[in-house]
Structures are given as structure tokens and as C-alpha cells.
Design a protein. Structure first.
Lengths: 714, 105, 523
């Protein structure tokens, strides 16, 4: 069912307006000494996403007030983009916005957390010369991200997809005086572009499949209804290979945006950007767009049941990739000394969890983890930023320690985010979502419980490396020099407020979906149903059909469904908490004294420094070195020939340029005469039909050329 | 009517027009160029009037009215043209059109 | 087309001309400095008013002499916007040079009025008067710097050639009048004996108009006139003359197509309408089709390759304008099917006009006193010194080059699409290659603009008006891509108003958006 909501366009438009105004302010003040009016910039930058958040809330209220069954959405068609028409094929592309339950959930945290991070950025970047430029980029990022989730079709999403990629590039390289940062920015951009290729090819392939019965469309509602339509069942069966390939290609695009293996290498390097950027883009919002897209196309993935790669279905590929990435990120996180890098690897690992959930068809669980992760990871990043800010841009954990007393508020909320990410129960939202993922993995068919075991072990490693970060930063003796220690200060209020809100959020948002409710829901009302299911009930209109389909495949006889209840509900939380506790104790034993393995000072190199090292090497061997070899061959063997050809083309272009410009006669009489020859030729050709016209035409052209030659040489 | 064959009028107009073109193409004096253009315009006027004799009623009217517009516009064009000649002669001290050829390529 | 009252149809035009007269009247009584402070704003206010009124102009025809419809409305808007941009550029340039007179503002308004009348004209006499109003104003603008030798020379060449081709156009009008008995477009020849005369007249008129838009081999004036004029004027004439000229060419061509196909009662043709062709008409016009393609390709090749060699920005734009005339000419070629519809041409013209006027007006800010920086080495690094204008110049040049996401890209895309649908795939591919060649010199210019600074930043006059206008135009260049259908959709009402007795095409077919679909459907 489609409803209209006239204000929908304002949600993306307001941040765009903010970006334009701030961009204008930044450009306008480029040459002035004082820079732009910071107060105005800050006001615009925070108000724009803030207003979007308010409108999002309004839209969500309107959506929630319609309780008819089925997939309800607020839509706003914007305009007909244009139509492609070549013989035998036509396709109309229109731009529109769609606001359904999935969009509502994504937008609420994108705009909400986004606004808080904007507020934080005001404090963090206030002193920076490029404050207005930074805020313009941030606002433009908000616009792109909103378009990504509110767009009603794959092309619209792609617009946002490219936009966030661009912003990521601009913001990573924000301090562009530093070449290393520029390289990181370029790496992020290029790796993302490789993924985008997959996105586009996948979208085309999907369109082609759907066109086979003339219903080609890239609109999300059309796509899901096409897959849900029983009339298309035979068509789907006969195109399983193509559907799987389309799914795989789009997933490849998602690995680029969400930093999964194999396109993982850019995210750790991306920490070169200012910390709010890491929080907003590389932890809370942009990197989750891959998960969003999988959930958006859940019907496609649910129906792609044929093996496409090494005997695995697309979903199984997603599951495995997610699992490997989660393990890999967690182990890499153990070895970092840079606080932001440690958090970056942690993000990679957590994204792996989300993909694991998506791989077993539990899209709502994946999104729930996206949701809780956004809170606790944003808190962690903002807290890390606060630490970095307080220590005057010190990021090396080997030179930290003992900050608990010096930065009490930052520590308080970092503590709760830590509590959440390692999976301690009740007051940690991460435990709710992570336990759900584990539950779904153990519930799965054939070998998925093994993956579940690996995920559980990874949870243990997660607890170890996150506790390590906390020990090295806060809970160990200070390793700072006396003067550094004297300069440490708690961050300003404008930075602490967002941290506090997000930190508090990370304590409580897990309760939106708590099947293991520890008896809380029974206190409120004595229902027969176990737990709180607000979150998945909310998403059910969008995801329900696909999840039902997957569930039927897994449990064809109806067993396993609704088997939850009683003690088994508490098995996963108990296991998860146990893992967290053990991990914490291990970390406590090792890092309580503040000792760090590896050299005490200086750069760490090699495998233990950058765990993208491995992939960088793989790329080096498979891509860079062959290219260099080819380049070498070209340089030495073909160079002469190529050089000759290039010189020839250049000479030809120059010759042609000379030739054509020699037609341009300086004297009026000459050019007029040439024009008149043209007139005569044209009249003759147009009025005389048949071969005679050609003769006259050639004659006229000949006369003109003759005249030109005479002019030139005599 | 009155013994003048309309075709002859048109032939005369065409010859005049061709003469105008020839003048513009061959003469180098700026004033003669402008005169050549005027000759072409007058040939057109003659052609219009000649056709209006062939036609009748409303159709004939257009052919008589158009030359009035053309004459007025030709006068405006001559104004601009002569002003231009003054400017040019101030800068270059010659009326030879071949001398106004500094812009190359 | 329904008849329309004089006043609402001409209200925008009246405002423009009133602006011209007011500016002209005030000019002698102002101090030299305040001329450039006051007059441009006066002109701009009236232009904005004209633009606002134009947007709501009624569609219809006035006594079969002037007409207004959706494409014409857009083109009039494009002319008004281009003039507004040019006024902003002129203000910057003239105030900086301390130019002694303020007549340029008035002249550009008169030029705009002429171009608007050209767009609206559906009668050869009206078209001629409009053409001359536009041309005479632009002659004076080109020769504005009276003591500059190249300015004089450019004026001389442009003027004499222009006068000769006006005469050719008029002779064509006379012959067509003799053959049809009317000066209006769309009259068939009186009898078979007059068919040859009619076609001869039409060809001469077409040649006169092709000269105005600078198609090879009638392009010789372009390079000199563009280079001799002040930079702001170059943009103005590049934009306005193309709009006026191609509107007239399109009107003539659509009418010719209708007449050649033997459509009995001529009405006033809507420029957005699809004209139905039959085999007779196609045979008759086959050579025209060929001529358009040949001249279009010649213009593409000559314009692009000549531009590659230039170092002066104005000359680059001049040769590039020749190549763009080539693209537009390709858009005129006949369809395989029965419907001739010029939507892609109108879209291209509108986008091109705004971008060209904008590019040269932005360039004015970087060009320095008396446009001294007008070459690739002079402009080096000016974009960094004045990033606002550098950015605007970049947007406009990117649009002219036809790179997404600009309106110029969609224009080229639509034309290529039409060519492909029509079956001229080779020509489309060739035109695309030429577009790539063309991109080379635009990007060469942009590289120079953003290169390391080699000289002091250029001074410019008061930038307020031009800044706002140009920023608006840049936004337009980026967002117009969203509404191509406003121009390429055959207006169903317009098609019904053809006044042709041939059965109107089914409504469903006319609702189909691009020209391509219509032809694909009829195949």
C-alpha cells in the first residue's frame, strides 16, 4: 500500500541545502584571513540533519499509524528521469522516494546519530582552518546517505552509494597536505569503485532477468513483488543461475562499501580522516549500507538458491565471507597499537557478524546488529576521538594509560560501550544482537552451526581485544610523559553531550528486541509470548516474506519454528556472556600492567602492523606486479613502436589542425568566395536530383579546394 | 498587363542580385562592398514587387509591403555599416578590405 | 494553434525592449562610473521580470505571424537567462575597463528582443525583421571597443558577410513568396510549375540561417567575430544567435517537411509537434537530409580539429561553437518512420545557450583588463586565484563538453539516441568520437585554469550581479537534466493544433516520451 507524505523530499534536501550553504560560505571565505563565521557554519551544519531527523520522526509516526497488513510505504514520486528507447527495448526511469519500515529504521539512526556526530564535530573541528569545508562535506555525506536509504530504486540508491563514496574520499583526505592521507583516500575510492562495478553489473543482470517477462524494473517494490509473485515461480527456477550471479555481483559491491574480504583493505587506512568522520562514515552509517542493500534485496537473495561459486549458494558465500572477515578482523584488532585502527578492525569484524546473519537469511537480526552497533561503535569512536583530542593528537595506545581519572566522563561512556560490544548482558545492547546472531547460526542447516561455533570463539577474541583497548587506554598505569600528562584535559561539553547520549543509547537500545528478556516483559504485562519483539515486528512487513521463504527451505516440515522458549532462550546469552567474561579476564591478566608486545616506540611494520598487509600483498602479486611486468615489457619492447604511433597521432592531429585552420582565411574576399562556393554547391545539390547533383556537388567542392590552394600558394 | 512580362522582371532581379554578389566578391573598396550589398537588397525588392504583380488580392499586398520593411532595415544597416567604416579608417587609414586581415587561423 | 492576444504574448518582449529603451534614455545623464553601477541592475530587473512573465506566456499564434508554444517558451527563457548572464559579465568587464559608455546593456537587450522575436516568428517577413534587429545589435556589440584593431576587423568581416547572407535569405524569401503567394511559413507552392522556385527559395533561406548559426562552409565569420568581441559579448552572441538561428531553422524545416508531404491547409506549427511525413515528402527532402548530415559532419570535424590547435579561449569557443552547430544539424535529419520531431534539438539548444553564456561570463572574471588573459598561458592558475569563478567556468565547460551530470551530456545523449534509433549508427559513433576529441580541448582549458598560478589574479568589476546570476545558471545546468521531457515530449495539444487534415496519430503514441519511441513504434 502506498501513502503519500509531502514532506518526504525535505529529508534529503535539508542536508543538501546545508552542504550548499556551507560550501558557499567556505568558498566565499577562502581568501579571507579570518575564515568563515564559525557560529553560522556550525548552526547550519547541525540544524540541517537535525531537521531531517525531526521529519523522519514525523514520517515514522505516520507510517506507524497505518496498521494494515502488508508492506506499507510512504512514497513521493519526484520526476520522470528519462526514458531509454532503442528498438525492441524500452525502459522508463523515474526518480522517487520511498519510506517503508526498513527505511524508517535506517533513517532514524542515520539522521539521529548523524546529528549527534555533527554536534560533536563542531567541538572537534572548531579550531581547524577548513571548518566550513569539513561541515559542508559532512552535510553532503548526510544527503548522500539519506538518498541511499530513501531512494525507491536501485539507480537512486546508486546515486547515494556514489555520493557516500565520494564523501568518504573527500573526508579521508580532508587534511590533504599529508600525502599519506591522500593515498589512503585514493585507496578507499578506488577499492569502492571496484565494488561499484559489481553493483552496476548485478543491477543490470537483475533487470535483464526481470525483463524476461516484460516486467523489467529497478524499483524496489517492483523487485520484491516480482520475486514474491507465485506466477513468476517457473521463471525464477529457470533463471536461477542468473539470479544467483546478480546476487553475487551486488554482494561484491556490498563488500566494497562494507569492507568485507576481499575488498577490506581500505577501511583501516581510512582512519587517516578526522575522528568524527571515522565515527559517522566508517563505523555507524556508510559501512552498513552493504547490509542495508542485502536486506533491501532480501527477496532476491532468498530466491537465489542455486550454487553459484564453488558449489555454494550466494547466501552461503555471504555467510562464509562474513565469518572469515569477522575472525580476521578480530585477530587483527589484537595487534594494533593505534587506538583508531583497533576500532577500525573491530568494525570490520562486527560487519562480518552482520553479514553472517544475512547469510542465514536473518536479515532482521543483521539489521538489529547494524542498529546496536551504530550506537556502541559511534560511542567508542567518539570516545577515542575525545581521548585523542585530550592528548593533543596522540593515537598510540603505548603512550596512554591511566586516563580514568583524567577523563572521567569519556571513560564512563566508553565503559558502557565496551560493556556492550563484548556482549555482557542486560545493560549492553551488543549482547542482544550478537546473541541473536549466534542463535540463528546454531539454528541453521548442515554446517552453519560450525560457523556459529567460530562466531562464538570470535566473540571471545572480541572481548579480549576490546578489553585490551580499555586497559591500555584507561585501566593501566600511565605511560605518558609528565608534561603530556599535565596537558591532558576532558573534552568540552559540546563533545561530551553526543558521547553521553550515544553511550546511554548503547546501554538500552538492545531492549527493542529481547527474546531473552530476563523476565522484564512479564513484569510489565503477563503475556504468553516470551520477550520483547518490537524491532523485528517493525521490520516484518518488509523482510517477513523473504525470511518466511528461507525458513521454509530450512525447515520444510515446519519443525524448529517457534521452538524458542523456556531455558533454551537463555542458552545463548549465557554462552555469550561467558565468552565475554573469559575474554575480559584474559585481557586483564595480560594488559593490566600496560605492557604491549612489540617495540615500545616507533612504527610497527609488517604483518602485525597492518592486517591488510596480507591483502595488499595478494593484490600486489595478482594485480600490481603483472601490471608492472606488462608496463616493463611495454616500456622496453613496445615503447619505440608505441612512441612512434603516439607521435604519429599527435603529428596527425597537428597536421589536421593545421589543415583545417588553413581553411580559415584572413581576408574577407577569400572567405566570402569560399562561402559562396558553398552556397552554389548546396543549391545545386539540393535542387538537382540524382547523379547530376553529385557531379555538380563534387565540381563545386573541387572549385572551392582549387581556390583554397591558389590562395595558399600563390 | 502593360506589356511587361513578369518573368523578365524576375530575370532582371536575378541579374541585379548576381551583380551585387559579384561586386562584393571582387571589389576591395569598403564603400563598394556596401554598395554591392545594397544592390542585392534592391534586387530582392524588385523581385518582391515583380511577384506581387503576378499575384492578386491579399497575396499581392504582401509583396508590396515587404520592400518597405526591407528599405527601412537596409537604411539601419547602412547606418551601422558607415559607422563601422569610420571606426576602421580611424584605426588603419585605408579603405582596402584586403588590409583588414590581421586575424589569422 | 489557437489565436492569442497581442498583449500577453508580447508582454515579456515589451519588458525587454522597455528595459533597452530605459537604459538608453538614462545613459547620457549618468556619470561614467555610475553607468556601470546602475544600468546593469536596471536591465537585470526588467529581464528578471520578463523571465517571470515569459514563464506564464500563453501558447498560441498571433495572426499567423508570431507563435508561442512549449519549446519556444523554453528558448525564450534561455535567451532571457543568457542575456542576464551576459549583462552580469558586461558589468564586470566594462566597469573594470572603465569603459566610457553604457550602450552595451541596451544593445544586448535589443539583441535579446530580436532573438526572442526570431524564436516566435512564423512568417518570413517577421523573421527577417527579428533577424536584423538581433544582428544589428550584435554587430555594434562586437565592434564595441572602437579603438582596438582586431575589434574593428572582426566587426567588418562579420558585418559584410552578415549583410550578404541577409540578402541571400531575403532573396530566398522573395522567391518563396513568388512560388506560394504568401510570406508565411508552411504555404505550399501555388502549382507544380512553381515547385522548383519554391524549393530554390527555401534553400536560399536555409542558407541564410545556416550562416547565422555558423555551419561549415558558412562559418568563416565565427572565429574572427568571437575573438574580436569582448569576452562577455562573445558568450552572449554564442548563446543568443544559436537559439534564434536554430529556432528559425527548425521552424522552416518542420514547415518544409509538412508542405513537402502535401499536407493541404497550412496552420501554424507547434515546434514540439511531430510532423507526419509521407513517402513523397521523404523523397523530396532526401537531399536535404543528406546535406544536413554532410554539413553537420563537416562542421564537427572542422570545428573540433581547428579548436584543438587554438590557444585563445575565445577562439576555442568559436570553433567549438561550429562543432556544436554540427551536432544540432545532425538532430534535424529525417526519421526512418513517419514522425519528424525535433525535441532533442530544442533540449540541446537550451542547454548549450545557458552553458555558453555562463562559461564566457565566468571567464570574463578571470580574463583581466581588456581581456588580456585570453589564452591558455594567460589564464593559467586563475581558477585558484578566484575559485568561485573557476568552479563556475568548470561546471559550464563540463556541460559544453557533454560530460555527466550536466545538461550538456543529456543533450548529446538525446541526439545520439535519435541517430541510433534512426539507423544512422555509424554517424552516431562518429559524432561520439568527435565529442571525445572536443572534450580534449575543453579539459585542456580547465587544466590551464586550475594549474599552478603563474601570474597575478585578474581584477574584475563589481561581481555581485554576475555572481548570483552565474551561480543560478550553474545550478540550472546541473538540474535541468531532470526535466528533459518538458522539451522532448511531443505536446499532444500542439499535435492536435497542426491544422493538418491527415488523421492525428493515436493519443497513446503521442504520449510516448522521446522521439525514438515514436519512430520505433512505427517501424
Amino acid at each position: 500500500m502506498k501513502l503519500t507524505f509531502e514532506l518526504l523530499w525535505l529529508i534529503p534536501f535539508l542536508p543538501l541545502l546545508g552542504a550548499i550553504l556551507n560550501g558557499a560560505l567556505s568558498l566565499g571565505s577562502a581568501s579571507s584571513k579570518r575564515g568563515p563565521a564559525r557560529g553560522l557554519v556550525a548552526l547550519l551544519a547541525v540544524l540541517a540533519p537535525g531537521a531531517s531527523f525531526v521529519i523522519t520522526v514525523l514520517a515514522t509516526c505516520k507510517l506507524a499509524s497505518h496498521t494494515e497488513p502488508g508492506n506499507t510505504a510512504l512514497v513521493q514520486p519526484l520526476w520522470d528521469w528519462f526514458a531509454v528507447a532503442v528498438p525492441g527495448f524500452s525502459f522508463k526511469l523515474s526518480a522517487g522516494l520511498m519510506f517503508d519500515h526498513l527505511t524508517a529504521m535506517m533513517l532514524l539512526f542515520v539522521t539521529g546519530i548523524g546529528t549527534l556526530i555533527h554536534l560533536y564535530s563542531v567541538g572537534y573541528m572548531w579550531e581547524d582552518r577548513g571548518f566550513a569545508r569539513f561541515m559542508a562535506y559532512m552535510n553532503f555525506f548526510m544527503f548522500s546517505m539519506i538518498v541511499l536509504v530513501i531512494g525507491d530504486s536501485l539507480p537512486m540508491t546508486f546515486v547515494g552509494w556514489e555520493g557516500v563514496g565520494l564523501c568518504s574520499y573527500l573526508l579521508i583526505g580532508f587534511w590533504h597536505q599529508n600525502n599519506e592521507y591522500n593515498d589512503a583516500a585514493r585507496k578507499a575510492f578506488i577499492v569502492n569503485r571496484i565494488g561499484d562495478l559489481g553493483f552496476l553489473l548485478g543491477a543490470f543482470m537483475l533487470f535483464q532477468v526481470m525483463s524476461s517477462n516484460g516486467q523489467g524494473s529497478l524499483n524496489y517494490r517492483d523487485i520484491s513483488s516480482w520475486f514474491q509473485n507465485f506466477a513468476n515461480a517457473d521463471l525464477i527456477t529457470s533463471h536461477l543461475g542468473q539470479i544467483g550471479a546478480a546476487g553475487l555481483l551486488i554482494f561484491f559491491g556490498c563488500t566494497g562499501k562494507s569492507a568485507q574480504i576481499p575488498l577490506v583493505t581500505w577501511l583501516p587506512d581510512a582512519m587517516a580522516g578526522p575522528t568524527p568522520v571515522s565515527a559517522l562514515i566508517h563505523a555507524a552509517t556508510m559501512v552498513t549500507s552493504g547490509v542495508y542493500l542485502l536486506a533491501r534485496l532480501c527477496d532476491l537473495y532468498a530466491h537465489a538458491t542455486a550454487p553459484v561459486l564453488a558449489g555454494l549458494t550466494v547466501s552461503q558465500v555471504i555467510l562464509l565471507i562474513g565469518c572469515i572477515t569477522a575472525v580476521w578482523g578480530a585477530i587483527a584488532g589484537l595487534l594494533q597499537v593505534d587506538i583508531k585502527k583497533a576500532l577500525a578492525y573491530s568494525t570490520v569484524s562486527q560487519l562480518g557478524y552482520m553479514f553472517m546473519a544475512a547469510g542465514v537469511g536473518a536479515y532482521d537480526v543483521a539489521l538489529f546488529h547494524v542498529f546496536t552497533h551504530a550506537f556502541f561503535k559511534a560511542t567508542l569512536f567518539l570516545g577515542a576521538g575525545s581521548v585523542i583530542h585530550g592528548l593533543h593528537h596522540e593515537q598510540d595506545m603505548r603512550r596512554m594509560g591511566g586516563l580514568t581519572k583524567l577523563m572521567p566522563i569519556t571513560h564512563l561512556w566508553m565503559f558502557w560501550a565496551w560493556f556492550s560490544i563484548i556482549g555482557l548482558p542486560i545493560l549492553g545492547s551488543g549482547s542482544f544482537s550478537k546473541d541473536l546472531i549466534l542463535d540463528r547460526l546454531f539454528d541453521g542447516a548442515s554446517w552453519t552451526p560450525i560457523v556459529g561455533g567460530v562466531a562464538l570463539a570470535t566473540a571471545l577474541v572480541t572481548a579480549i581485544y576490546m578489553s585490551r583497548v580499555m586497559y591500555l587506554t584507561f585501566w593501566s598505569p600511565s605511560r605518558m610523559s609528565a608534561e603530556t600528562r599535565a596537558g591532558v584535559h576532558e573534552s568540552p561539553l559540546i563533545m561530551l553531550i553526543p558521547i553521553s547520549i550515544l553511550g546511554f543509547g548503547s546501554m538500552v537500545v538492545g531492549w527493542l528486541w529481547a527474546p531473552a528478556d530476563f523476565g522484564v516483559s512479564h513484569l510489565v504485562d503477563n503475556k504468553s509470548q516470551h520477550g520483547i519483539h518490537f524491532f523485528n515486528d517493525w521490520l516484518a512487513p518488509v523482510l517477513g516474506s523473504a525470511e518466511h521463504f528461507t525458513h521454509q527451505l530450512l525447515h520444510p516440515k515446519g519443525e524448529g519454528a517457534a521452538a524458542e522458549g523456556g531455558l533454551s532462550l537463555y542458552a545463548m546469552p549465557a554462552l555469550g556472556s561467558l565468552a565475554a567474561l573469559i575474554g575480559w579476564l584474559i585481557a586483564r591478566a595480560i594488559w593490566r600492567g600496560g605492557r604491549v608486545q612489540g617495540p615500545a616506540e616507533g612504527e610497527i611494520t609488517g604483518f602485525s602492523a597492518s592486517w591488510t598487509w596480507f591483502f595488499d600483498r595478494v593484490y600486489r602479486v595478482t594485480v600490481v606486479i603483472p601490471v608492472q611486468v606488462v608496463a616493463w615489457i611495454l616500456a622496453w619492447v613496445v615503447d619505440a613502436a608505441i612512441g612512434g604511433v603516439v607521435a604519429g597521432i599527435a603529428a596527425l592531429a597537428r597536421f589536421m589542425g593545421d589543415g583545417y585552420t588553413s581553411v580559415q582565411r584572413p581576408r574577407l574576399r577569400s572567405s566570402l568566395a569560399l562561402s559562396m562556393a558553398g552556397v552554389a554547391t548546396l543549391v545545386a545539390v539540393l535542387l538537382l536530383q540524382g547523379a547530376f547533383a553529385w557531379v555538380v556537388g563534387l565540381l563545386g567542392a573541387g572549385v572551392a579546394v582549387l581556390f583554397l590552394l591558389l590562395e595558399l600558394f600563390f | 498587363m502593360n506589356g511587361i512580362d513578369p518573368t523578365n522582371v524576375q530575370v532582371l532581379a536575378a541579374v541585379l542580385f548576381a551583380l551585387g554578389v559579384a561586386v562584393v566578391l571582387t571589389r576591395r573598396n569598403v564603400f563598394l562592398l556596401l554598395m554591392g550589398v545594397e544592390l542585392m537588397l534592391n534586387a530582392v525588392n524588385l523581385s518582391f514587387v515583380g511577384f506581387s504583380r503576378e499575384l492578386s488580392g491579399n497575396e499581392s499586398l504582401w509583396g508590396q509591403m515587404t520592400p518597405l520593411f526591407i528599405i527601412a532595415i537596409a537604411a539601419a544597416e547602412a547606418c551601422v555599416g558607415l559607422a563601422m567604416v569610420i571606426c576602421i579608417v580611424r584605426g588603419r587609414d585605408t579603405l582596402d578590405s584586403d588590409a583588414f586581415a590581421d586575424m589569422k587561423e | 494553434m489557437p489565436p492569442v492576444d497581442l498583449f500577453p504574448l508580447f508582454l515579456p518582449l515589451t519588458l525587454v525592449i522597455a528595459g533597452a529603451l530605459i537604459v538608453l534614455g538614462f545613459e547620457p545623464f549618468l556619470q561614467r562610473a555610475s553607468k556601470h553601477r546602475l544600468l546593469p541592475w536596471l536591465a537585470a530587473i526588467l529581464l528578471v521580470a520578463a523571465g517571470a512573465v515569459q514563464a506564464g506566456a500563453p501558447t498560441g499564434s498571433l495572426h499567423g505571424i508570431f507563435a508561442m508554444d512549449t519549446p519556444r517558451l523554453w528558448m525564450c527563457e534561455a535567451i532571457i537567462i543568457s542575456t542576464l548572464i551576459a549583462i552580469g559579465g558586461l558589468q564586470m568587464s566594462l566597469a573594470r575597463d572603465d569603459y566610457p559608455g553604457g550602450e552595451a546593456y541596451s544593445l544586448s537587450l535589443f539583441g535579446a528582443a530580436g532573438a526572442m522575436l526570431m524564436v516566435m516568428a512564423v512568417d518570413t517577413l517577421a523573421l527577417f525583421v527579428a533577424l536584423e534587429l538581433m544582428s544589428l545589435s550584435i554587430y555594434a556589440l562586437v565592434g564595441m571597443r572602437r579603438n582596438r584593431r582586431e575589434s574593428n576587423e572582426a566587426l567588418f568581416k562579420y558585418f559584410v558577410m552578415g549583410a550578404v547572407f541577409s540578402a541571400i535569405f531575403l532573396y530566398g524569401a522573395a522567391l518563396s513568396y513568388g512560388a506560394t503567394g504568401s510570406t508565411a511559413f508552411g504555404h505550399p507552392w501555388r502549382d507544380e510549375a512553381h515547385r522548383g522556385l519554391f524549393l530554390f527559395g527555401q534553400v536560399l533561406m536555409l542558407i541564410g540561417l545556416l550562416f547565422k548559426v555558423g555551419v561549415v562552409p558558412f562559418h568563416f565569420w565565427t572565429a574572427d567575430a568571437y575573438t574580436g568581441a569582448p569576452v562577455a559579448v562573445t558568450g552572449f552572441m554564442g548563446a543568443v544567435v544559436k537559439v534564434g538561428g536554430f529556432a528559425a531553422i527548425g521552424t522552416l524545416w518542420l514547415n518544409l517537411a509538412a508542405v513537402a508531404s502535401g499536407m493541404p491547409i497550412p496552420g501554424v506549427l507547434d515546434l514540439g509537434a511531430a510532423v507526419t511525413l509521407n513517402q513523397t515528402g521523404k523523397d523530396l527532402l532526401a537531399h536535404y537530409n543528406l546535406a544536413f548530415l554532410v554539413l553537420g559532419l563537416l562542421s564537427l570535424v572542422l570545428g573540433n580539429f581547428s579548436a584543438l590547435k587554438q590557444t585563445s579561449i575565445r577562439r576555442i569557443i568559436a570553433f567549438s561553437s561550429i562543432s556544436h552547430a554540427g551536432y544540432m544539424l545532425l538532430a534535424l535529419a529525417l526519421p526512418i518512420g513517419e514522425k519528424l520531431q525535433l525535441g532533442s534539438l530544442w533540449f540541446y539548444v537550451v542547454g548549450y545557450a545557458i552553458a555558453t553564456a555562463g562559461a564566457l561570463s565566468a571567464f570574463t572574471a578571470l580574463a583581466g583588463k581588456e581581456d588580456i588573459n585570453d589564452n591558455l598561458s594567460g589564464i593559467a592558475g586563475q581558477g585558484r586565484a578566484r575559485p568561485f569563478y573557476g568552479l563556475l567556468l568548470t561546471i559550464f565547460l563540463v556541460s559544453i563538453a557533454g560530460v555527466p551530470p550536466t545538461v550538456g551530456f543529456l543533450g548529446k545523449y538525446l541526439i545520439f539516441q535519435d541517430l541510433v534509433v534512426r539507423g544512422d549508427v555509424k554517424i552516431a559513433i562518429f559524432a561520439m568520437i568527435m565529442a571525445v576529441v572536443g572534450a580534449a580541448y575543453y579539459f585542456r582549458t580547465l587544466v590551464a585554469v586550475w594549474a599552478a598560478p603563474s601570474c597575478e589574479p585578474a581584477k574584475a568589476g563589481p561581481p555581485v550581479l554576475s555572481g548570483w546570476v552565474l551561480a543560478g545558471a550553474a545550478v540550472l545546468t546541473l538540474v535541468l537534466i531532470g526535466w528533459p521531457n518538458a522539451l522532448i515530449r511531443p505536446d499532444p495539444a500542439g499535435a492536435a493544433n497542426l491544422g493538418l487534415s491527415a488523421p492525428a496519430a493515436p493519443a497513446a503514441e503521442q504520449a510516448v516520451l522521446p522521439t525514438g519511441l515514436a519512430t520505433a513504434a512505427t517501424r
